[in-house]
Every structure is written in C-alpha cells, then in structure tokens.
Design a protein around this ligand. Structure first.
Ligand code: PMP
Length: 426
C-alpha cells in the first residue's frame, strides 16, 4: 500500500470522502488521490516521494509556479508583523489600487476570502442595486457553491453529476434562470420574456468548469448589449480567467467591459483570496456606504494581501503573457501531433495560459452539449496513464488545464513524450 493509499483510508474516517473539496477525491476517474507533500516550480511531490509535472496549479493560482520566492518572502515578512488585525491595514489600499489599475472596469473593489464569496456578494449587490430578484447563469458554468449558483453548475457538480444540489430550496432556485453558453438568441428570447425581472447575467467569459470553452466571436459583446438594453448588471466571473488569459483578464482579451467583476485564485498568489468590484455607482451600494450588507472577519487579511501584491507585481512584468501563451501553444501542438500519430481523436482549446483537451472527432468544441458528449472513458484512461508517468492533470474531463511560467521546454517535451506513450495505449 502506498502512503497516499494509507492516508486516503485514514482521511475518509473523519473527512467526508477524505477530501475538503469534491473533485480532489478522483471519484470520476477512479483510483486513489495522491496526497501532496510539497510543491516547487512546475512540480508537485507526493508523500511517497514521486515527482509530477503539474497542470492543475492549485486549480489556477500558481501562474508563477509553486512556491515562488517573491511570494514566499512577502508572506514571511508580513507574518512577522502579525497574522490578522480585523482592522484596516495599508496593504489593502495597495491591493485595491493595483487591482483597479490592472482591471480598469473595476473602479472600486472589495476583498473577500474565496471565489464563492466574491460571486455570492456580487449577485447580492446586483439584486440590491436593481431591486430585481432573478439572475441568469449558463449551463456548465461554475461560480462557486452559493445556493443561487448551484443550478446546472459545472466543475465538481458536473463531474459528480449533481448540477442541482439537494439543500438548495426550490424557492431559491426558481430565481436562477439558465441558458446555453454561446447561444445568444436563446438569451435574447429569455430577456424578451422576463427582462424586467432580471437583476444580472453572470458568466465565465471563458468557460473553464466544463473543460475549456472560449466565447464565440461577438458573444460577450452580445451579452453586453442585452444587459444594456434591459438594465441588467453584467457580471464577468473572472475567478479563473483573471490574470490568467491576459493581465487585464478576459475583459481585456476580448475588449468587453462588464459592470461587475469577480476575482480569485491568482489574485491571492495561493492564499485564500477573492474580490469583487466594478462601477462606482454600483459598488457604492455596499455597506457601510450603502444598504447592501457584506462583510468578512478575514477579508483583506494582511498575509493574503502581501501574497497577492507580490503575485500581481511579478505578473505585471513585461513578456509574462507572451511567454505563458507560447508555452501553452507549444504543449497543445505537441499533444495534437502525438494524438494524430496514434489515430486518437483529440480536439484542443486554448486562451492564453488556459487550455482544454477533448477526446472527440469534432473539429471544434464550443458548447456544453459538445463538451459532455466527449469520450469520457478515453479521458479516464489517458489521465491514469499520464499520472503513472509523472504528469498531473485535473482528475476530471470537465476542468480546464493550467500552465505556469515555471514550466520549462524540458517539462513540455517530457509531457508530450508521456502523452505519446499514453495515446499508443488508448
Ligand atoms: N468562479 C469560478 C469561475 C471558478 O472557477 C471558481 C472555482 N474554481 C469559483 C468561482 C469559486 O471559487 P472558490 O473555489 O475559491 O470558492
């Protein structure tokens, strides 16, 4: 028995499913999750001492690679001054100033401690601001686990086949309307019918929780126009895409300005951080300025702010996104060629440092229906062959993959060589 297997057995005695977040349990791919001892650069090391090239990157935050010295040192320095104050500190202003500079549609920003808190709070604000109750989300998009958002959700909810969770009262869920991602006529119809009741539309501008699906050309612009026409708040959930697809997020990449934006992951450099922000006229409705209540004991935590500031400072340096994008393209070209060599049908999607692999004969994947029709059995086999060969991919066919700046030419070559061996066995 490996140490990971022993730990998994032990964990299941006291932690539901042995994990603190469902996708980690390997339920959809089978087998035992590897328990991690440490991580550095492009690599993670399990408790049995095995090294893996990591394409999860803590589900996105590790854009600079694991254990980056600038972030580590900032955290140590901040920790020497105390762990939490529950009172304002200067790092919070620095963070707000940096975020509003890098993402100009965010004229004001409030820090929270997770992506879930960010989206939940943004939705409450949109409802409070518009005086309307109904929200619109898209099938397969995941925005964290707040009640209103666990309707036809992606990520673990999709992986485990429970997109509508028990425990969410039907009376709440009825205020969440869903549409197909990348289907603008369907949303236009919904607005025509219910536009006066719709407080907001929330979208992952690049869907990353049903694998990786970019918006069709003009789609985000279409969302903007419909929200303008009906007076609804447009929320870009950039928890995943923020600082991942471009320095200013997907809104900079596609040139569309939302009213509110949510951030997480990279903005905390690995610490538990989220943020929501947007137009001043809307943000001024948040307490204590306005009547919409939102708060947090650990919000703006000094250690988390130090980590986030260090991460954002590093990724603001010239050439970061060119390098990240080029590495990702190189990886996908190699994987595509290796799959073709062995006659394995594979389609890939990429936006900046974010990618998706689809086992399908389709030449492109742009919808939830297409993503869920891919060959899941082929993915599972590929996942386990890669894991055995020291490549750590997300243990689900419905998650995006992430590269970091620490991934070297040699790492990419080793990954492509491992995939070549895996494809030969599919
Ligand atoms: N929004 C998106 C787009 C996400 O990908 C996630 C998490 N993967 C969340 C929200 C929720 O963030 P958290 O897990 O930090 O609550």
């Amino acid at each position: 028995m490996t140490l990971s297997e022993q730990l998994f057995e032990r964990a299941q005695q006291t932690i539901p499913g042995g994990v603190n977040s469902p996708v980690r349990a390997f339920k959809s791919v089978g087998g035992t999750p590897v328990f991690i001892d440490r991580a550095d650069g492009a690599y993670i090391y399990d408790v049995d001492g095995k090294q893996y090239i990591d394409y999860i990157g803590s589900w996105g935050p590790m854009l600079l690679g694991h254990n980056h010295p600038a972030i580590r040192e900032a955290v140590i320095k901040a920790a020497e001054k105390g762990l939490s104050f529950g009172a304002p500190c200067p790092a919070e202003i620095e963070m707000a100033e940096l975020v509003t500079k890098l993402v100009p549609s965010m004229e004001m920003v409030r820090m929270v401690s997770s992506g879930t808190e960010a989206t939940m709070s943004a939705i409450r604000l949109a409802r409070g601001y518009t005086g309307r109750d109904t929200i619109v989300k898209f099938e397969g998009c995941y925005h964290g686990h707040a009640d209103s958002l666990l309707v036809k959700a992606g990520s673990g909810a999709l992986t485990l086949g429970v997109p509508n969770s028990p425990g969410v009262p039907a009376d709440f869920a009825k205020y969440t309307l869903t549409c197909e991602f990348n289907n603008l006529p369907q949303l236009a119809e919904l607005f025509a019918e219910k536009g006066a009741d719709i407080a907001c539309v929330i979208v992952e501008p690049v869907a990353g929780n049903m694998n990786c699906i970019p918006p069709n050309p003009g789609y985000l612009q279409g969302l903007r126009s419909l929200c303008d026409q009906y007076g609804a708040v447009l929320i870009f959930d950039e928890v995943m895409t923020g600082f991942r697809v471009a320095l200013g997020g997907a809104q900079a990449y596609y040139g569309v300005k939302p009213d509110l934006t949510t951030l997480g992951k990279i903005i905390g450099g690995g610490m538990p951080v989220g943020a929501f922000g947007g137009k001043k006229a809307i943000m001024q409705h948040i307490a204590p300025l306005g009547p919409v209540y939102q708060a947090g004991t650990l919000s703006g935590n000094p250690i988390a702010m130090a980590a986030g500031l260090a991460a954002l400072t590093e990724i603001s340096k010239p050439g970061v996104y060119e390098s990240l994008t080029a590495k990702t393209t190189q990886l996908l070209q190699g994987l595509t060629a290796a799959a073709a060599k062995h006659g394995v049908p594979l389609c890939v999607n990429q936006v900046g440092g974010m990618f998706g692999l689809f086992f399908t004969t389709a030449s492109s994947v742009s919808s939830y229906a297409q993503a869920t029709q891919c060959n899941i059995e082929a993915f599972k086999k590929f996942f386990h062959l890669m894991l055995a060969d020291g490549i750590y991919l997300a243990p689900s066919a419905y998650e995006a993959g992430f590269l970091s700046l620490a991934h070297s030419e040699a790492d990419l070559a080793a990954t492509i060589a491992a995939a070549d061996r895996a494809f030969a066995q599919l």
